[in-house]
Design a protein around this ligand. Structure first.
Ligand code: ADP
Length: 374
């Protein structure tokens, strides 16, 4: 029996789950908000982690701490045991994910202090996309820029895409070969997966492009950025417009899908348009990935929106009728479990709703790497 604590540390919050591995039993879980904020009377990451560890049940020894790290850059493509060199290298790639990696690193340091005897393992959001083909990850930019600045598509949410695809393989008979996974939450992305290997994904060098997200624009003409800069906007203001004030917030004033659906149903034109743009962007990538893979066996919805909104799943699936997708309306309306099929017998593509579990996937990877033999 091995205790694996999984930490997902953001700039102002920590989510944690303590697993007993390999049984995958959840022993404790929770989150702490309002940490590490500069300028207020808030606990540091170190203080919050120490307090959290002191509150965990002492029936289990924590042997391994698995950390979610958003950006592995080009260097980390596998779960990695954290050493001083690893932390140094992570700091070097932090400029690629300035909002995400610094808190991830603060979490690793805090866990080293709080649990000095545990093996610390970093699991990267980018790792599942390490084998993208060159034509998928290469941007058509000057070679020296690409090489100097490490500019390429990295992809994110890899832990979630991999987890739901593995679950799909376990529950489907026969297991599907050509799969599209749609992680639709506050951050959203899709992946084209053939035989468990990712061929393309919608997020890129950063977690900004692709689908319309809660506060991120997704795809736009990149010349909009240079235009706004020339018009006198600051780099930070453009960054905010794209990353924090874009997406659903930019279209409707709200990033909460429940709110937007309710307002659309009440006749709000902006919300109704936002939903059409949102669903249309998913159709765009389903079409592209269908062509890329030469067909489609299964489509998976996951994430807060994908798992919970029958209305939006139906709106997307109706757009996919040309691919032979037929929804089982009652299965779609009632799907709320771990893994449920929501397409009808007549559908040429099996459609599933599968709850993601990034923490469990991180626990599995960490345990396999650091504690598999115990
Ligand atoms: P994060 O990316 O922060 O982990 P989640 O995966 O939890 O986010 O997804 C959050 C989104 O899911 C929000 O836009 C929220 O409104 C949406 N959501 C949650 N439940 C529902 C629901 N029943 N119907 C529509 N949207 C929902």
């Amino acid at each position: 029996m091995t205790g694996v604590l999984v930490l997902n540390v953001g700039s102002s919050s920590v989510k944690y789950q303590l697993f007993d591995m390999p049984t995958e039993t959840v022993i404790a879980q929770g989150h702490k908000d309002r940490i590490g904020i500069v300028g207020g009377d808030y606990p540091s990451h170190d203080e919050a982690l120490a307090q959290m560890v002191s509150e965990l049940p002492d029936t289990v020894t924590i042997d391994i701490v698995g950390h979610r790290v958003v950006h592995g850059g080009g260097l980390f493509t596998e779960p990695t045991v954290v050493t001083d060199d690893v932390i140094q290298t992570l700091e070097d790639v932090s400029s690629l994910a300035p909002l995400h990696n610094p808190p991830n690193i603060a979490g690793i340091r805090a866990a080293q202090h709080a649990l000095p005897n545990a093996t610390q393992v970093a699991v990267f959001d980018t790792a599942f996309f390490r084998d993208l083909p060159a034509e998928a990850f290469t941007y058509a930019l000057p070679k020296d820029l690409r090489e100097r600045f490490g500019i390429r598509k990295y992809g994110f949410h890899g832990t979630s895409h991999q987890y739901v695809n593995q679950t799909l393989q376990a529950v489907s008979d026969p297991p599907p070969t050509k799969v599209i996974t749609c992680h639709l939450g506050n951050g959203s992305s899709m992946a084209a997966i053939v035989d468990g290997v990712a061929l393309d994904t919608t997020l890129g060098f950063t977690p900004l492009p692709g689908l319309v997200m809660g506060t991120r624009s997704g795809d736009i003409d990149p010349a909009v950025v240079t235009h706004l800069l020339r018009e006198g906007m600051s780099v930070d203001d453009v960054d905010t417009a794209l990353g924090q004030e874009g997406g659903l917030v930019g279209l409707t004033g709200s990033s909460d899908m429940r709110d937007i659906i309710a307002r659309a149903e009440a006749g709000d034109d902006d919300c109704e348009l936002a939903l059409r743009i949102w669903a249309g962007r998913i159709r765009h990538y389903v079409g592209a990935y269908w062509a890329l893979m030469g067909g489609l066996d299964a489509l998976v919805f996951t994430g807060g929106i994908g798992e919970n909104s029958a209305v939006l799943r139906k709106q997307v699936l109706e757009l996919l009728a040309p691919l032979g997708v037929v929804v089982d309306v009652s299965a779609n309306d009632t799907a709320d479990g771990e893994a449920e099929k929501i397409s009808s017998q007549a559908s040429e593509v099996a459609v599933w709703v599968i709850a993601t579990n990034e923490e469990l996937q991180i626990a599995r990877h960490s345990h396999l790497l650091a504690g598999g033999g115990r």
